[in-house]
Structure formats: C-alpha cells, structure tokens
Design a protein. Structure first.
Length: 115
C-alpha cells in the first residue's frame, strides 16, 4: 500500500490484529453479547462520560451511580487484578490449544429431513 504522496503507509497495528478485532466486534454485535473480559467499573465510567457528553443531565443527590467503583482505587485495583488473572487463564488455554482436523466423512447434515 502506498499513500497518495507516494510514501509507504505504515501502521503501528499489524493487519492480523486488526482482523482479530474486527471479527471480535462482529461476533459481539451479531450475538448482542457483552465482552466477557470487560471491566465493569471502567465500562460504567465510560458510558456515564458519554451520557454527559450527549447532554444527559447530571444526577443530583447522594446515591452512588454504577461508575462509583471506578473512583475507589482499591476496587479499581481489584478489578484490574481479576482482569489480569482472566488474561493469564486465556493465554494458558490458547497456548495449549491444538488444531484438529475435521472428521472424515459426512457431517450428518445431509441426513436431516427436509421440511
């Protein structure tokens, strides 16, 4: 790839990582699922920041909102540690993953009765 000015286009993110992120986003959107490893307090903090930028009124009163945990360092650190443990568990599972070949023969899909 080259840019209009003739210089090579250099990205700091490898193409394979971009594709992985695109596939992850596609699965999350099509299945309408939340990201499994998301940090709840961080997500709540970011959602509330977007709500305020979009013009929603500030909430008055002493009731704590869902983003409160992000402001407490001990809770935030605990959430980060849980995320790190989950990441280590995921890396361990992926490192031991062995690709398998499809079983030879038919899958049985052709044997289904047609409606």
């Amino acid at each position: 790839m080259s840019s209009p000015a003739g210089r090579a286009c250099r990205s700091s993110i490898p193409l394979c990582d971009i594709v992985k992120l695109a596939v992850l986003c596609w699965h999350l959107l099509t299945k309408e699922a939340d990201y499994l490893w998301a940090r709840p307090a961080l997500v709540a903090h970011k959602v509330r920041a977007m709500e305020l930028q979009a013009g929603q009124p500030m909430r008055k009163g002493s009731a704590r909102g869902p983003a409160y945990a992000y402001n407490v360092k001990a809770l935030r650190d605990r959430e980060i540690e849980v995320a790190r443990q989950a990441e280590r568990a995921y890396e361990h599972a992926v490192s031991h993953w062995q690709p398998t070949r499809p079983k030879s023969g038919r899958t049985g899909a052709a044997k289904e009765e047609r409606r």
